[in-house]
Design a protein around this ligand. Structure first.
Ligand code: ZN
Ligand code: ZN
Length: 75
């Protein structure tokens, strides 16, 4: 599996509002659970993050934090 997409404009990523089914998921960057009605940014791999968390991350690391963490665990 490859997640080597390029993120040129973070602002262009789709944003969604968290539903009750998604409220149990959490943002991998700040480890905080999403709240219903909270706005999140969705990456091309369908992982969701707070916009305030993912924008500084993507500025320095152009890949999904979830994949990044999983690769670290595999070492
Ligand atoms: Zn977050
Ligand atoms: Zn991802």
């Amino acid at each position: 599996m490859s997640f080597h997409w390029r993120v040129t404009r973070i602002e262009n990523l789709p944003r969604r509002v968290i539903t009750s089914q998604e409220a149990a998921e959490s943002c991998v960057i700040c480890m905080t659970e999403f709240k219903i009605g909270e706005e999140v940014t969705v990456l091309p791999c369908d992982h969701k993050y707070h916009h305030g968390c993912i924008s500084p991350w993507l500025a320095s690391t152009p890949r999904c934090p979830f994949e990044h963490n999983r690769n670290n665990f595999r070492k």
